[in-house]
Write a protein that binds this ligand. Structure first.
Ligand code: HEC
Ligand code: HEC
Length: 444
């Protein structure tokens, strides 16, 4: 939530005090687009001026750092529990809107402004940004929800609040804690603009080949209207709007018009009336450097108009690898392209979204299973991860367990996995062919 207009100068000064980590020159800068296409992190080309303005405004709010009351930063509403204090802290690399940066900013936020959090064992400075879910509640019932890592206890802007972090050491020891890393947001407007029938037609395509290799897969659906859901590691969320509202509340603790209630309402820890971010029908009294009526709407337009990531140059090796990606069967799940439908945004209308995903969930076997079911996705099922932008990512798989693409491919195979047939074919390739396939992945 934006503070009142008194804070203009604080906004400037707080920017440096709460600056996010610089990825550093050794990791390279976002890939440049070729032939006039956008670079990674840029808006879609051919936006109208209104759309461009909404993108730029949204990008500012996406980087806004939230403190509890807004005295310490441009934004307010943080906590009582949170995982990070800005969207761009987690969606950071290789450009704003991406995934985990090389230096995990959660280490610094744990003790920012006097907070007294212990950094759990599964976070490290050189490891991925992570959030945690618990498989079961203490009584053994299904849990599955996100348990925030940090609290505002001890912060100078949260005097009187005293809540404890969950006992992560005990949950880890009991094998009850499972992790997720941020998914990159580049091209997410295109993903949103693919209609349900396109996803279902693609599911039905190549049926003989899929059946021969043991590939099934199914869509995830919204329990209320039955329409397809598609965002998140289990394709559990329907739209960027819902995801933005949910993320603002679950990751930062900022209540909003979509998720209006605090997740923890312990007395002494509530410093703002709810929803903290809201469309202000009384109009005009709040400082807002942006054009839309609330933060979550800003987030939607930043994400919706964010161009897909720029492809790297292709070589003869990556070209061979692209053919092998299809002939080995990777492309039966990682569908190279799906077409968007007619959209009010011309830049999103009837376009090829080269996402390398069927947007379906597949049984990935016991080795990847996390035991969390969401909607119609079971504990061993995940959305085929979109592979666009892969060559500029640092951490892979839903829990960020590896940075090594050979480990990623091997992890597709385990008891029960629908990818076992394809991975057997991959393993039978020559060393040169495997190398070519990896070169193709790195070019994405
Ligand atoms: C603590 C780190 C963190 C912060 C802060 C964060 N996210 Fe995320 N984001 C994640 C993780 C982890 C996922 C994957 C969640 C899942 O599937 O369970 C994700 C996924 C998403 C997705 C789904 C994209 C896709 O294609 O699947 C959207 C949209 C998103 N976040 C938007 C936001 C917005 C908007 C904000 C700020 C309000 C935000 N996030 C803040 C970690 C974060
Ligand atoms: C049965 C469907 C299926 C097949 C076949 C398949 N994948 Fe995947 N792939 C997935 C799913 C689902 C995930 C996400 C798994 C997870 O995170 O736990 C994934 C993840 C990945 C990732 C990591 C992406 C990320 O965001 O971290 C890469 C790289 C990848 N696959 C490459 C391949 C290659 C190369 C092949 C062929 C050798 C292949 N896949 C075959 C379904 C499939």
């Amino acid at each position: 939530m934006h503070r009142t207009c008194l804070c203009v100068f604080l906004l400037v000064s707080s920017t440096s005090a709460f600056a996010q980590h610089d990825p550093g020159p050794d990791r390279g800068s976002p890939r440049a687009g070729t032939n006039g296409s956008p670079s990674t992190g840029d808006p879609l080309s051919n936006l109208t001026s209104g759309e461009s303005t909404a993108f730029s405004s949204g990008k500012l709010t996406f980087q806004e750092v939230d403190s509890v009351t807004g005295k310490l930063s441009a934004g307010s509403g943080l906590g009582p529990r949170f995982n990070m204090d800005s969207c761009s802290g987690c969606h950071a690399f290789p450009a704003i809107g991406g995934s985990s940066p090389p230096a995990n900013p959660q280490i610094a936020v744990a003790t920012r402004a006097g907070a007294r959090n212990t950094v759990p064992s599964f976070l490290s400075l050189s490891g991925p940004v992570r959030e945690v879910r618990f498989v079961k509640t203490p009584t053994g019932a299904a849990d599955g929800g996100v348990h925030d890592l940090f609290t505002i206890t001890g912060r100078s802007d949260a005097v009187g609040c005293n809540v404890a972090q969950p006992n992560f050491a005990a949950e880890v020891a009991a094998n009850n804690a499972v992790f997720r890393i941020p998914t990159p947001l580049f091209g997410s407007g295109l993903i949103e603009a693919i209609d349900d029938a396109t996803i279902m037609d693609n599911k039905a395509a190549n049926a003989t080949q899929k059946a021969a290799l043991g590939i099934a897969g199914h869509e995830n659906r919204n329990g209320n209207d039955g329409s397809l859901t598609r965002f998140g590691w289990k394709a559990q969320n329907k739209s960027l709007f819902i995801f933005a509202g949910e993320a603002y509340n679950v990751e930062q603790g900022v209540t909003n018009d979509v998720f209006p209630n605090e997740r923890d309402s312990t007395a002494g820890c509530l410093f703002n009336p709810t929803p903290e971010d809201h469309i202000d029908v009384n109009g005009g009294t709040r400082f807002r450097p942006t054009t839309t009526p609330s933060d979550i709407i800003d987030f939607v337009f930043f994400m919706r108009f964010l161009a897909p990531p720029a492809r790297g140059p292709s070589t003869s090796s990556s070209g061979n690898g692209e053919d092998l990606f299809t002939s080995t069967g990777c492309a039966l799940c990682h569908t190279p392209s799906l077409k968007t439908s007619g959209s009010v945004t011309a830049a999103l209308s009837n376009k090829d979204a080269n996402l390398f995903s069927d947007l379906l969930v597949h049984n990935m076997g016991s080795g990847l299973a996390d035991g969390i079911s969401q909607g119609f996705a079971a504990g061993n099922e995940f959305r085929t991860a979109p592979l666009w932008g892969l060559g500029q990512r640092l951490f892979f798989l839903h829990d960020g367990r590896t940075s090594d693409l050979t480990v990623v491919v091997a992890a597709h195979a385990s008891p029960g996995s629908e990818a076992n047939g394809v991975i057997a074919k991959f393993n039978a390739l020559t060393a040169q062919q495997k190398q070519d396939l990896l070169q193709f992945l790195r070019s994405l």
